[in-house]
Each structure stands twice: as C-alpha cells, then as structure tokens.
Design a protein around this ligand. Structure first.
Ligand SMILES: *Cc1c(COP(=O)(O)O)cnc(C)c1O
Length: 422
C-alpha cells in the first residue's frame, strides 16, 4: 500500500482473517473508499473498472439509486424483526414475487442469510421429505465433480472432492456420491451405474444448472438437466438446482432452469438476489415438497430458523432489485454483453498457455494450462486499472449487467494485455 493508506487500514488489518487466503504471503488487500456503478474507488484515488461485480452479486452496478432509496426507506421504518411469529411486508412480497418468477409450482420460500445455508436447508428439506412420507434409508446426496455448493461442513461434503479438500476433512465430512456430469455416453453410463447401485439411498440430486461456477466456470447443455430430471424421477429422489450463481439473469434467462424447461423440486438462490447489497438467500420448494411437511404431527415440521431470517431490510432491497429487472432491460443487456464478449475474448486464444475461451450469457472465461504466480497476475490487473480476480486455472469476467461496451472493451483488452505479458 501507499502512503495514503487510511488510519483504519493499518489499525485493523492485523485483526481480520481474509477469505481463501494464505495470510502470510497474501498481497495486501486494497482499501476501498466507495463504489459507484461499475467502478471501485480506492482510498488512494485510483479507480478500477469492476469485471466481476463482487462475486457476481452486483448485477445492477454498485449504489443503484433505486436500491439505495428502498434501503433508506426500509431502514427508517423497520430494519428487522424476528420472523418467528411475526411477518412483514418486504419478506412476504418477496416470497410472492419469487414464486411468481420461478417456473412450475416452486412456490414456498424459506429465507436464510447465505448461499451455503440455503443449500444446507435444501438438503435438510430433501432428507426429511422422505422421512415424513415414511421412506427410510435416503440419507445421501448425489452431486457432481467441479461442483461448488458452499463452505459449511454440510455443503463441503457435496462439493468437488479436490476443490472441497475432502481429504483434509475426511473424518469430519459425511460421505455422499459424487459423479461426473452425464454429458456424453461414457459419463452417462458411469452416472447410471451409480444410480443403479445406490438410487434407493439418494434423497436428492444436487447440481448447479448450466454453469458450475466456483469450481472452474464449466458449462454444460440444458439437455444434461433434462437427463438429471429423468434420473431423479427414476430413483425417486428430489432434484435440487443450486441457482446461487446462475440465478437472476447471469446465463441469459432469469433462472437457468427456464432454459432447460426443467422444474426442479427445490431451488436455492442468493448472490444476485439483493443486487449485491445485502446478505440474503432463499430455498424455494414445490408444493409437493412443502405438502410432505404439512401435517398434524409437530415432528413433521422443518426445524430450521436463522436468527436474521427474512430480514426486512434485505428483503426490501431484493424487491428493489426485482423492480429493476422489470423496469430496465436486464436480459437484453445480458445478450448484448454476451455478444461483446464473443467478439473480443476469443482474441486470447492464441496467447501462450491459453487452453480454452468460453462465453455464456454475461460470463466470459479464459482457461489457462496453469496460472503460475497468482498474486502477480492479480497485481497486474490492478495495475491495468481493472478488478479481475483469477482463481484455479481461469481468468473470468462476470460484470454488472449495466456494464457498457467500452468498459467490456477495456476489461477484455486488459486480460489480453496481462496474459500476453505473462
Ligand atoms: C457462492 C455460491 C454458494 C455459497 O454461497 P455463500 O453465500 O458464499 O455461502 C453456493 N452455491 C453456489 C453455486 C455459489 O455460487
């Protein structure tokens, strides 16, 4: 950092533990003074164009005036009240709107505060769904290599075994079934073998539809999702779509399940749910799933309830985000971004070490044979005036949907320049 580092930086940095970070060798994080649109203003006066929208949450850009106004209004009236025995307008309105947006009869919304927890809730729901109906022995999940569903212990167990560091936590993690996505004949045969051998143990098939995000931004076709729907029906398991990454327009439709014409039994949402402003997540179940909990027995109830469940401020912000999807041409913007990325990113194909370039919706990926010095690469992007954070073997863009063509030009140009200089 430079001499302009604010006092709070030096005083506080020694007391935080940063995410996914070797604290000893980390390049010091950059102090941010403010955000606006697609720009991150650093404390030292530099301004970065954001290529990843804070882990693809800030889909309308930062500090959108409509979201800011909704937050301010809600803050004055009712920031939070417990969801046990009390309800408020923002949460009920958001639940109604999500139910209307999602396909089929995905119509019961269980709120929580983070993506990982919403997946844990989906797993509890699926397990208890069968117990409530008198079906025993279904305590396992089937998930996929390169999948990512969160960092809590329950969700780590359904992540990619290598990425999720299953070997480090062998004694801690429950065992589930992890298969390759059935994308071709060979993988489909291996997948069917798991279903034949263990189908009656499996409560749910859990997948990130269309794009496996944090596990490497790997894409698959909608046909794979139809195959998973048929597989779940065949073994009598629930189909769970983790739409935390792809939900709210990222791949070109409001939800990825729409592109496949598949209605899952449970959907998880978070990330862009509040347009990047507040922590909020939702687990949405179909009527059939909900009905298994609708019972005279208290023991059939879903025993879960995060303290900040249905937080009114977060729900008001999420409603404002949904307003923006209605009022502004977000999905058209995603299509335009897809075109801009397709016109520019393939120019990286000839650079040394580039093994693949792919684009889907407002997601652009350059995959390398190996990254090498990750910290140096991250620094080079900052020096180029952009906020781009490579991980694993990829450099990616997931910009705000409000990004301009000029900004996409700068972002893709910076990737080309930085990778060429490697
Ligand atoms: C980010 C993410 C999660 C975890 O969400 P957190 O809010 O970080 O707990 C789960 N699933 C997918 C697909 C994600 O992208």
């Amino acid at each position: 950092m430079t001499a302009q580092a604010p006092g709070w930086y030096a005083a506080g940095l020694g007391h935080v533990w940063l995410p996914y970070t070797q604290m000893k060798t980390v390049t010091p994080p950059l102090p941010v003074a403010r955000t606006e649109g697609t720009r991150i203003h650093l404390a030292d006066g530099r301004v970065l164009i954001d290529g990843i929208a804070s882990w693809w949450t800030a889909c309308h850009g930062y500090n959108h005036p409509h979201i800011r106004a909704a937050a301010t209004r809600q803050l004055e009236q009712l920031p939070h009240v417990m969801f046990g025995g009390l309800v408020q307008e923002p949460a009920l309105t958001l639940a109604r709107r999500l139910a209307a947006l999602l396909p089929g009869d995905l119509s019961r919304v269980f709120f929580s505060d983070s993506g990982s927890v919403s997946v844990e809730i989906a797993m509890k729901m699926a397990t208890q769904y069968f117990l409530n109906r008198g079906v025993t022995g279904k305590g396992k999940f089937l998930s996929f290599r390169h999948g990512y569903h969160g960092d809590t212990i329950g969700t780590m167990a359904v992540c990619d075994p290598d990425e999720g560091m299953h070997s480090l936590f062998t004694d801690l993690l429950p065992r589930h079934f992890i298969a390759d996505l059935p994308v071709d004949d060979e993988s489909a045969a291996a997948f069917d073998t798991v279903l034949d051998a263990h189908g009656d143990e499996i409560a749910g098939i859990l997948v990130e539809p269309l794009v496996q995000g944090a596990g490497g931004m790997k894409f698959h076709d909608a046909a794979v999702l139809r195959r998973l729907r048929a597989a779940a029906d065949r073994i009598g398991a629930l189909l769970i779509f983790d739409e935390i990454f792809v939900g709210f327009g990222r791949t070109g439709t409001m939800f990825a399940c729409e592109a496949a014409g598949v209605v899952p039994d449970i959907v998880t949402l978070s990330k862009a749910l509040t347009g990047g402003t507040m922590a909020l997540a939702a687990t949405v179940a179909t009527t059939r799933v909900f009905d298994a909990f609708w019972d005279d027995r208290a023991s059939a109830a879903l025993m879960h309830g995060p303290t900040y469940m249905g937080n009114a401020l977060a729900c008001a912000v999420a409603n404002a985000s949904l307003d923006l999807f209605e009022r502004e041409p977000r999905l058209d913007q995603v299509r335009a971004i897809e075109g801009w990325l397709r016109a520019r990113l393939p120019q990286c194909r000839d650079l040394p070490g580039v093994v693949d370039v792919r684009v889907k919706g407002a997601i652009g990926v350059v995959q390398l044979d190996r990254i090498g010095d990750l910290n140096a690469l991250k620094r080079a992007f900052v020096e180029a005036g952009v906020w781009v954070r490579p991980f694993g073997d990829i450099v990616y863009l997931t910009p705000a949907f409000t990004v301009t063509e000029d900004e996409v030009d700068i972002l893709t140009g910076a990737i080309r320049k930085v990778l060429a200089a490697r």
